[in-house]
Design a binder for this molecule. Structure first.
Ligand code: ADP
Ligand code: ASP
Ligand code: MG
Length: 403
């Protein structure tokens, strides 16, 4: 007998009809003789609706109360789905994150799973119960409810698969796999039958919503057999694994991120230690910085430009302004109308012409590049926000329509 973890996203459980369909998939897996742990997201737009309701009461609620509120969404899903499984005469139990032993760090809204105490779930599995766990949530050391960041139910599922040595972790969603780009933006995007953990991690980190980036990180670390499949149609999805065949296109996909903003510190002193001071300050404020560019120094001053998540702009500017005297810069510029488009692929490591092809596609589309940033298997460009979708289409066509 093997253990399978099945995670269903918000659209897959959005109403009673969808819950019935999900229950059918779970029942089939269970009746085939497997132990099953199910992880569910909040129904449909529940999480967004809860955020809106919070805003109506207090535009700046504490992170603790936000997590208390948001954790409710997933609990509605697991109890409703358990009721449907009960109706079908199946043995099951629903567990909130804290009941399932999901221990996290104490960072509200962005908590990381530290470990999962296996005892409770194991005892339920031993009694041949289907265990339904609320995704996206856990509990910190002092007993507060925490959430894992938007899309975090994928991470709950992979963490459970790693803890219980599941033979398979299936992420059921509203697309039937990972595509060469978001199929909603480019309808002729191609489905990938497989993709490496490293490529998927880059895609997820650069904005491909289909998997939470932390889930891919965990899957790689603990060798979780991870699949993305459709909850609507029974057909093969995408397997995420260590090694795959390198496609002749050299890239696995194109991805966009419009959630970033650019901050420029103008007129900094051109001395050693300045970059350290700036980024140490931001890191202590828990602000993640992505693309960084430093200008060539002139007349003993230099500029440092970097990107952060849009939600962090105000806090970053406040923090930098508070330390203006120590940092000795002239002024700060911010731009929230930018976006990032990236190509990702193992083929980038060995083929230097790939980046040039991406730039060619942008040139042909008349799109100006503001900043460039690379990793071993990724090239990212910063663009005007208005150009982002056009850039994705042009780059995707260059790599996937011309080969
Ligand atoms: P769920 O609610 O099931 O967690 P998400 O909305 O988080 O689903 O993720 C699925 C969505 O991810 C798809 O509907 C699709 O629009 C988007 N997406 C973005 N990039 C990709 C990609 N490369 N391949 C597949 N889907 C993608
Ligand atoms: N419900 C949460 C969200 O909307 C978590 C998830 O769906 O994975 O972000
Ligand atoms: Mg998701």
């Amino acid at each position: 007998m093997s253990l399978i973890v099945q995670k269903f996203g918000g659209s897959s459980v959005k109403n009673a009809e969808r819950i019935r369909h999900v229950a059918e998939i779970i029942e089939r897996t269970y009746q085939a003789g497997n132990d099953v742990i199910v992880v569910l997201s909040a129904q449909g737009d529940t999480t967004d609706d809860l955020i809106e309701r919070a805003q109506e009461i207090n535009p700046r609620p504490s992170n603790r109360e936000m997590d208390m509120l948001l954790s409710v969404g997933e609990q509605i899903s697991i109890s409703l789905c358990a009721m449907e499984l009960e109706r079908r005469g199946l043995r099951c139990v629903s567990l909130a994150g804290w009941q399932a032993g999901v221990q996290t760090s104490a960072v509200y809204g962005e908590a990381r799973i530290k470990r999962i105490d296996a005892e409770r779930i194991q005892s339920e599995l031993d009694q041949r119960r289907i265990v339904l766990v609320a995704g996206f949530q856990g509990i910190d050391r002092t007993g507060n409810i925490t959430t894992l960041g938007r899309g975090g139910s994928d991470t709950s599922a992979v963490a459970l698969a790693a803890t219980f040595h599941a033979s398979l972790c299936q992420i059921f969603t509203d697309v039937d796999g990972v595509y060469t780009t978001d199929p909603r933006l480019v309808p002729n995007a191609k489905k990938l039958s497989e993709i490496t953990y490293d490529e998927m991690l880059e895609l997820a980190s650069q904005g491909a919503q289909v998997l939470h980036n932390r889930s891919v990180e965990l899957a790689k670390k603990f060798h979780v057999n991870l699949q993305v499949v459709s909850s609507l149609e029974d057909k093969p999805g995408t397997t995420i694994k260590e090694v795959t065949k390198v496609e002749k296109t050299n890239i696995a996909g194109v991805v966009k991120d419009s959630s970033i903003a650019r901050i420029a510190l103008v007129g900094l002193q051109n001395n050693p230690g300045v970059a350290f001071q700036v980024f140490d300050l931001l890191s202590k404020g828990n602000i993640n910085v992505d693309v960084i560019l430093q200008s060539i120094g002139r007349e003993n001053t230099k500029d440092i430009t970097f990107t952060v998540h849009k939600k962090d702009v105000d806090q970053a500017v406040e923090l930098l302004d508070e330390h203006k005297t120590a940092l000795k810069f002239d002024h700060i510029n911010t731009d929230e109308h930018i976006g990032k488009v990236s190509i990702v692929g193992m083929g980038l490591m060995s083929n230097c012409g790939v980046a040039a092809r991406m730039f060619e596609a942008l040139y042909e589309a008349g799109i100006n590049i503001q900043m460039i940033n690379t990793s071993e298997i990724r090239v990212s460009v910063l663009l005007d926000e208005a150009d982002v979708d056009k850039a994705v289409r042009a780059i995707h066509a260059k790599f996937f329509d011309e080969t």
